[in-house]
Design a protein around this ligand. Sequence first.
Ligand SMILES: NC(=O)c1ccc[n+]([C@@H]2O[C@H](COP(=O)([O-])OP(=O)(O)OC[C@H]3O[C@@H](n4cnc5c(N)ncnc54)[C@H](OP(=O)(O)O)[C@@H]3O)[C@@H](O)[C@H]2O)c1
Length: 302
Amino acid sequence: MTADAGRSPKRILILGANGQLGIELQRSFAGRDEITALGRDRCDLADLGQVRRVVAEAKPEIILNAAAYTAVDRAESEPELAQRVNGEAAGVLAEEARKLSALLIHYSTDYVFDGSKSGAWVEEDETGPLNVYGASKLAGERSIAEAGGRYLIFRTSWVFSAHGHNFLRTMLRLGAERDQLKIVSDQIGSPTSTFAIASATRQVIDRVTSDAAESADRSGVYHMTCAGQTSWCGFAEAIFQRARKEDGGKWASVTGIASAEYPTPARRPANSVLSNEKLQLKFGVVLPSWEDALERTLKGIA
Ligand SMILES: NC(=O)c1ccc[n+]([C@@H]2O[C@H](COP(=O)([O-])OP(=O)(O)OC[C@H]3O[C@@H](n4cnc5c(N)ncnc54)[C@H](OP(=O)(O)O)[C@@H]3O)[C@@H](O)[C@H]2O)c1
């Protein structure tokens, strides 16, 4: 008997269907739930009226919002758009979800913190985004909470996958083209695969949707990242180590540099590591180590 046996399929609306997480969520829920998955072409979060119409028409029991303005550096010069998509639209989704008594699952970011803590950040820690993207995601968290419905916000970090735009895919491209790469070594965080996020999301849903009253009690913010931590430089080294082992090829060697030597329009936190203790305590959900998640993702690419 599978874990899904006896469970009734849910009507799930996935937004941001063409992003790296959206693709994985579709894969993870396909076959067991009734999925409507929409990309920006069918539901543009910058168009708040369209967001309301789409949700009202789809009448989902669960909304998985993987859509976001994620261009961290570009957001510095497009703050209004980032705020509308990540801040206001998230609140509109939460209001529409409340009208339907649906559960809204939304993803947020480690960039809501300023990176100054020495240990792992917990959910109750004071936020203090350093950039426009982080501020817009924090605004989204707040507007969801204010809407007063059932919601779960999962803050994740350094997301990678076999698809889309992410650090892993950029490194695999650059590492094959160049002999040497200089990568920032003074920002630490937890690389997290879309597979790990989708699978943890599934496990949480299975625990909450059986009891609506209980899931209302559990509404809130949870950290959801792979276990362990590294720097961007350490992440790049791990990628090339595994790639060399796999194909014996000559991959770039990596030298660590300070963030100051690689200026970007948006400032980024020095310490992005999030504690997952609350997720584990409330839902019994544990994510794999980032190294295992990397191994698994690379096997999918090979
Ligand atoms: N990537 C990370 O490292 C990271 C870290 C922490 C948290 N997160 C959070 O994790 C979630 C998933 O991110 P991801 O990594 O999957 O990002 P992604 O690959 O960039 O996907 C985001 C998706 O949102 C869509 N989108 C952008 N603007 C939109 C709009 N106005 N209306 C509708 N859709 C729009 C994009 O559409 P197009 O394909 O048309 O551009 C894209 O498909 C987001 O909430 C993000 O903030 C990501």
